[in-house]
Design a protein around this ligand. Structure first.
Ligand SMILES: [Zn+2]
Length: 236
C-alpha cells in the first residue's frame, strides 16, 4: 500500500527556518512529486538560532536561507515573523495563522508534536491545533473566507527520536538526497556543528531518516502521528 498525495494540499507549520527540512521536507517533496500543492509556514524569525551574532542580521540571513530552500523544494513560503522564544497563543497570532490557512486552503497540516522538546515548537503545536479548528469557523473573521472542511493534522516526529514514537511512516528513500540539499540551504545553522552546545544537524537528520527507514523496512522515512480529534481525522 502506498499513500497517494496527488489531490492533497499540504501545509507544514513549523517554528524555525530549518525545522521543515529536519522533520518533514522528504514528505513534502514526495507529495509534490505526486502532484500535491505544498507550502511551508515558518512562525519565528530564527533570530536567536546562533550565539554571537547580531540578532537583526541573523534574521535576515535566515530569511534568505529559508527562501532558497522553499524555492528548491517547490513550496510556497509563508512567514509569521515572530521573535524566537516569544511565540504565544494570542488573538493576533491566531489571526495571522488562520489567514495563512485560509489563503493556502490545506487538506493536510503537518505540525510540531505537543510533546516536542522546544518551547517554540510546543507553542506552535498548540496554535496549529487551534487553527485546524478555527480556520473553518465563520465567526472567526480574517481577510479570506473560512475553509469548508477542516484539514487533517499529522504531528511531526521528535528530533533525536526522544519522546513518543511515530504511528505513521512515510517512505522518503527517493527524497533523502534532496532533503540533504534542502538542509544545506541553512548554512548559518550547519556551521553550528562546531558549537559544542549544538548537535550537528546534517548528521542528526540522516540518522533520524535512516533509523525511521530501518523501523519501517525502507532506506529512509519520516515519522508522523495522525491527530485523532473530531473533524481532523481522515481515512487514507
Ligand atoms: Zn525549531
Amino acid at each position: 500500500m502506498r499513500l497517494d498525495f496527488s489531490d492533497e494540499r499540504v501545509l507544514a507549520v513549523v517554528a524555525h527556518p530549518d525545522d521543515a527540512e529536519l522533520l518533514c521536507a522528504g514528505t513534502l517533496a514526495r507529495a509534490r512529486d505526486a502532484g500535491a500543492v505544498i507550502a511551508v509556514c515558518v512562525a519565528c524569525r530564527g533570530d536567536k538560532g546562533q550565539p554571537q551574532v547580531l540578532v537583526d542580521d541573523l534574521a535576515i540571513v535566515r530569511r534568505a536561507e529559508m527562501q532558497q530552500a522553499a524555492a528548491l523544494l517547490g513550496a510556497e513560503l509563508f512567514t509569521l515573523d515572530q521573535p524566537d522564544s516569544e511565540l504565544f497563543d494570542t488573538v493576533e497570532v491566531r489571526r495571522l495563522l488562520v489567514e495563512v490557512a485560509r489563503q493556502f486552503r490545506p487538506t493536510l497540516l503537518l505540525g510540531h508534536h505537543p510533546e516536542d522538546y522546544h518551547v517554540d515548537h510546543r507553542a506552535l503545536s498548540h496554535l496549529t491545533e487551534v487553527v485546524s479548528w478555527l480556520a473553518t469557523s465563520p465567526g472567526f473573521v480574517t481577510t479570506s473566507p473560512p475553509l469548508e472542511t477542516s484539514p487533517a493534522l499529522w504531528w511531526l516526529d521528535l528530533l533525536q527520536q526522544q519522546g513518543p514514537q511515530p504511528e505513521l511512516y512515510v517512505d522518503i528513500s527517493g527524497q533523502l538526497e534532496l532533503k540533504q540539499r534542502l538542509l544545506e540551504c541553512h548554512a548559518s545553522q550547519l556551521q553550528r556543528g562546531n558549537d559544542g552546545n549544538f548537535a550537528p544537524l546534517a548528521e542528526l537528520m540522516r540518522q533520524q531518516a535512516t533509523l525511521r527507514g530501518q523501523q519501517s523496512g525502507v532506506i529512509a522515512a519520516e515519522g508522523f502521528t495522525p491527530y485523532r480529534a473530531f473533524k481532523r481525522t481522515r481515512a487514507w
